[in-house]
Design a protein around this ligand. Structure first.
Ligand SMILES: [Zn+2]
Length: 60
């Protein structure tokens, strides 16, 4: 993935910009959405709980 020089506003292939000599950092990636994972797990637990209640209610 190409890096980006903020000073020259152009893509850079290496670690240092050829134009201005600025050291280019890796572009920050989006962190893993832990909230989304938590939401999925919570939803699964909720659905299992509701299913358990439904089965319990039907068997009553
Ligand atoms: Zn530059």
């Amino acid at each position: 993935m190409a890096k980006w020089c903020d000073v020259c506003d152009r893509p850079v292939d290496g670690d240092v910009c050829e134009m201005c000599g600025n050291s280019v950092q890796e572009p920050e990636r989006e962190p893993v959405p832990l909230r989304w994972r938590f939401f999925v797990v919570a939803t699964a637990i909720y659905l299992i709980w509701r299913l358990y209640q439904l089965i319990s209610w039907l068997a009553h």
